[in-house]
Design a protein around this ligand. Sequence first.
Ligand code: FES
Length: 92
Amino acid sequence: MLKLHINGRDHTVAAEPDELLVWVINEKVGLTGTNFGCGIEMCGSCKILVDGEVIRSCKMDAGDAVGKKIMTKEGLPDDHPLVSGEDVDKSP
Ligand code: FES
């Protein structure tokens, strides 16, 4: 079990620390705005904020997000770049 803080709420999730965060958020927490696309850090469909930093959740283990503040599209205002589609992370 992992305790994740997502969009201002604590979620206790039946997940292993080495599971990819994108899958835990999408399938186990049910926040489907975070999607698995390429899986190789290219498409950006899995972008979230972790402690205010844009992260591709397909490269982060869920265990590494414990104790951090996670924000997904569902928790952000409509005009936030992650929601509106603006590119907030210029890294390749
Ligand atoms: S799934 Fe494409 S960047 Fe993460």
